[in-house]
Design a protein around this ligand. Structure first.
Ligand SMILES: [Zn+2]
Length: 168
């Protein structure tokens, strides 16, 4: 069995995406539709040839709030490396929930049954997003792999350590 640097847990998503990376380092499915879906599923990590789990995030400047922006070399999506506060999570999940409440209502009103069913499921998923984000963030915060960097203005900010950023 191969030894893993950071941990030996590999999600189904990580295993699937890692299998779909081309020699050029792009995610590719059997057709355009599958490729699009796989890109949306990207966990921003890959399994290396040696079997370890490696981040695919590359630092890519800071946004207007001084938040470090990283871009995934696989899916090209920006991923924030600063933790969201409970209040921010409430806000984001709340906004999504408001959208879904209206979608269920409209879907039912216009007789779009599939949309209503999908939106109903999405409401349940959205609630889980909040719980799982907070739980996972708290585990990540406690992890020794996270470096605390003091920003110039003296306010501390958590920046992910070696397990989240790709070293180039
Ligand atoms: Zn990605």
């Amino acid at each position: 069995m191969a030894k893993f640097k950071n941990h030996n847990k590999k999600s189904k998503t990580l295993l699937l995406i890692s299998k779909k990376i081309t020699k050029k380092g792009k995610i590719k499915g059997d057709n355009k539709k599958e490729t699009k879906q796989l890109i949306l599923m990207c966990p921003h990590h890959k399994i290396t040839k040696k079997g370890s789990v490696k981040s695919t995030l590359i630092p890519n400047g800071v946004d207007e709030n001084g938040r470090q922006i990283c871009t995934c070399e696989l899916c090209k999506k920006d991923v924030s490396t600063k933790f969201y506060t409970d209040e921010q999570v409430d806000q984001i999940v709340g906004d999504m929930m408001a959208l879904l409440q209206q979608l269920k209502f409209m879907g039912t009103a216009v007789g779009a049954d599939k949309t209503t069913d999908f939106a109903a499921q999405a409401c349940v998923m959205n609630k889980h997003v909040k719980k799982s984000y907070i739980r996972t963030r708290n585990v990540a915060k406690k992890s020794g792999n996270i470096k605390k960097k003091k920003k110039e203005n003296g306010r501390g900010s958590n920046v992910y350590g070696s397990w989240s950023l790709s070293k180039k």
